[in-house]
Design a protein around this ligand. Structure first.
Ligand code: NAP
Length: 466
């Protein structure tokens, strides 16, 4: 295959990736987006194979690798719970980082294979790309492993504050830059591995102090890093598809991080510097004076909602844990039959990743025109009879609006407290992801429905039938 034709096919695969991202931006087109992405990747792999014309032995190794990797990927994707998606993404990103390190090392030890020179005489441009790519890849690897361990509960989610951590990170960052320059000048293999070592340490040190509520932002930021690492390696390999894909992943990860920061009213810098969540959890430990809550039953909830004119459902992480979306849709169907207007309000950071709730509601065939974003529905709570909060907590916490001393102050919230009655399904008075108390539980117009979200909704549906 000629280089020009290969470049054309790479461009086509790049266009397919762009269309895939576009498709994935809405639940109605997301399946199509997935297929376009798969087609783009298939084309890119095929083009690379046709261009490289590997020997039979090498081809066999590649096919076995794809079969094993693809098999593990398909098996994991089928088995994973929606609630565990962020840690799965973190685990997969760690592999992208590791791959970037492996590819850069291969380029260093066999430069002639990809036409960037010979051992000891590699072009300077390739050396710079290689060293930056390997540094970002190594940071992504250990950073993602720590993010995975924290999100999966295998390591405490609390920020671990090392003394003088900013200074240590700054010094390591400076050492990394010096190593990259020295490596580009000397081509020393030892310096290459030192870059890897320092970057691995930096990945751990950067992520360990970040805790609790900020972790999904970190995952998306690491996603962005892994994209840039891939793009860097794409330049070294002079592979157009890798450059395009890396840039797409890099920029979409950065945009996603920005959207999450905006949804939580956190600056990107404050997320990177870490620390959010730990103090908050400590603050909620001393809960202050005893307060009482109004507790209701499924029958109470059924009565209130069937007699309402308007109900707004606010789903959160607890709905995902309980997998209550199907029962919830059933409940909404009954209400609609009774002539009640039902809408769903989605907070941009409800759940554990943007779009988490939309995906679950789509899975339960909730009509898209009943689902509204925060800014489109927030003004309607004041004219609503019942706000039905199911497994959401932080995204409804009025402290974010009213209490300047709260760690989540400034985060936009759904104004469920403005509804005539606020029904709250959760299992206890426990806190949400940010680890802080929610004053809403103790308000006069709030009725707590303690229990598992799915069971409680099923009981409400039963009570509505009577
Ligand atoms: P949340 O504040 O984490 O609260 C979820 C609530 O669900 C918990 O308080 C828990 O209370 C309840 N729950 C858990 N399992 C349940 C079950 N089986 N049945 C009923 N209730 C259950 O959730 P959220 O309101 O969706 O807020 C999302 C949080 O994640 C925010 O702090 C946000 O900043 C953070 N975050 C999200 C993203 C994102 O992109 N979505 C990104 C970064 C950070 P009980 O234990 O009492 O049941």
């Amino acid at each position: 295959m000629s280089e020009n034709f290969a470049a054309f096919l790479y461009l086509v695969s790049g266009v397919l990736f762009v269309l895939a991202l576009r498709g994935l931006s809405h639940p109605t087109t997301s399946r199509q987006g997935n297929f376009l992405g798969m087609a783009g990747m298939g084309l890119a792999v095929l083009t690379t194979l046709l261009l490289a014309r590997p020997s039979f032995g090498a081809l066999l190794i590649i096919v076995i690798g794809i079969a094993i990797g693809g098999g593990i990927g398909a098996y994991t994707a089928r088995r994973i719970a929606m609630t565990a998606m962020p840690q799965l993404v973190a685990a997969f990103h760690s592999l992208v980082g590791l791959a970037a390190v492996a590819v850069a090392a291969a380029a260093l030890y066999a430069p002639e294979a990809i036409g960037i020179g010979t051992i000891g005489h590699i072009h300077t441009q390739a050396l710079v790309e290689m060293s930056i790519g390997v540094a970002i890849g190594a940071i992504t690897f250990t950073g993602s492993v720590i993010a995975f361990l924290k999100l999966d509960g295998r390591m405490s989610g609390k920020p671990i504050m090392l003394p003088s951590r900013h200074l240590i990170n700054l010094v390591l960052g400076a050492v990394l830059v010096l190593l990259v320059i020295s490596f580009a000048l000397t081509q020393s293999h030892l310096l290459f591995w030192l870059i890897v070592l320092v970057a691995l340490a930096l990945g751990v040190l950067l992520i360990v102090p970040i805790g609790g509520a900020d972790m999904p932002v970190v995952v998306s930021m690491l996603n962005s890093y892994s994209g840039w690492a891939a793009a860097g390696i794409g330049f070294t390999l002079q592979n157009l598809a890798l450059i395009i894909t890396g840039a797409l992943v890099g920029s979409s990860g950065a945009i996603l991080s920005y959207i999450m920061c905006k949804g939580m009213n956190r600056s990107f810098i404050s997320v990177i510097l870490g620390g959010f969540g730990g103090d908050a959890a400590a603050a909620s430990a001393d809960a202050g004076p005893e307060r009482t809550v109004k507790q209701g039953s499924a029958e109470d909830a059924a009565y209130l909602m069937t007699n309402a004119a308007r109900v707004i459902i606010v789903p959160g992480y607890g709905m995902a844990v309980a997998q209550a979306q199907h029962a919830l849709r059933e409940m909404a169907d009954v209400l609609k039959k009774e002539g009640v207007e039902v809408k769903y309000a989605i907070h941009p950071v409800a759940g554990r990743m943007p779009g988490h709730m939309n995906v679950l509601l789509a899975e339960a065939n909730v009509p898209y025109d009943e689902v509204f974003e925060l800014e489109d529905i927030n003004s309607e709570f004041a004219q609503t009879d019942v706000a039905f909060v199911i497994g959401a907590n932080d995204v409804t916490n009025p402290a974010a609006r009213d209490d300047p001393s709260s760690p989540i102050y400034g985060m936009p919230i759904l104004n469920v407290d403005q509804a005539r009655t606020c029904l709250f399904i959760k299992r206890s008075l426990g806190s949400g992801y940010a680890g802080i108390d929610n004053t809403l539980f103790y308000k006069d117009n709030t009725m707590m429905l303690f229990g598992d979200a799915k069971k409680m909704v099923e009981n409400i549906v039963k009570a509505m039938a009577h």
